[in-house]
Design a protein around this ligand. Structure first.
Ligand code: NAD
Length: 247
């Protein structure tokens, strides 16, 4: 079945890969971002604070992939609050009003940061969280309201705790220097496959929290079993495959 998918953050590192994979599979894709990207004609250009524009963008959509956010620690009041907290409020309320049946929300492996070095491994979604800092705390807010939406409104909500898909050469160098970071690497193509699996997962899936990385090279830091069984995700790459894939 083909879906109509709104991808927020569609111009970003992961967003571009997700758009490409959804298009390849024949889904109808619309973007929403505050910066343009030439690879997707049907894109709403604006900020998550613009509820009226979000409402327009949701028209005719049945599945949301919410990626737009400040993707790491940054000034809390200036960046994280408007983008990662207030933005989540607007996008989810807009999705609810438009009657979307599924929302896929981008959380982060930073939700359980300290267990990555202290163990036990691999980390499962059922393990207690250990957020790294303010950015990870905003993802806890996202995860919490995702659960609330699934229970309160019956929306199917999949929360994705993502591994590390580097956005620039500096991040690539950081991953190259660390075996642990290589084991949580998420290639753009695997990210695309993962999110496409979330879109295509059975409609009866009401709520799930899953980890997504590429194939670990040495040790599984995150348990990928839930992603395998619930959304049919099978990573096909491992570090450093795909790092030059900067479309
Ligand atoms: N890349 C990673 O390693 C990684 C790991 C874990 C989680 N994530 C999460 O995945 C998502 C995508 O990350 P990414 O690496 O592609 O980041 P990115 O910065 O490349 O892309 C984010 C996009 O969101 C847009 N955006 C941000 N705030 C916005 C706003 N207020 N209104 C409209 N657009 C806005 C940006 O313009 C950008 O194009 C984020 O939610 C991030 O927290 C990423």
């Amino acid at each position: 079945m083909n879906h109509s998918v709104l991808v927020t953050g569609s111009s970003g590192r992961i967003g571009r890969a997700v758009v490409a994979e959804l298009q390849r599979r024949g889904h109808r894709v619309r973007g929403f971002d505050r910066v343009p990207f030439s690879g997707l004609a049907d894109t709403f250009l604006g900020d998550l604070s613009d509820r009226a524009l979000l409402d327009q963008a949701m028209t005719g959509i049945n599945c949301l992939i919410h990626l737009a956010a400040t993707p790491d620690d940054a000034d809390f009041l200036e960046e994280l609050v408007p983008n990662n907290l207030v933005g989540v409020y607007h996008v989810l309320e807009s999705a609810r009003a438009a009657g979307l049946s599924r929302a896929v929300l981008a959380s982060s492996g930073q939700a359980n940061w300290w267990q990555q070095t202290r163990g036990p491994l691999p980390i499962r979604a059922s393990d207690p969280v250990s957020p790294r800092y303010w950015y990870a705390a905003t993802k806890m807010f996202l995860e919490a309201i995702g659960y609330g939406f699934a229970e309160t409104h019956g929306m199917s909500v999949i929360t994705a705790r993502l591994g590390w898909c580097p956005r620039d050469a500096g991040q690539v160098a950081e991953i190259r220097a660390s075996e642990r970071f290589q084991d949580v690497y998420l290639s753009p193509a695997d990210a695309g496959r993962f999110f496409a699996g979330c879109v295509e997962a059975p409609t009866h899936l009401r709520h799930a929290v899953v980890y997504a990385t590429s194939k670990p090279r040495r040790q599984a830091i995150f348990d990928l079993e839930a992603a395998r069984t619930l959304v049919g995700y099978e990573p096909q790459e491992s570090w450093p495959m795909g790092i030059d894939d900067q479309k």
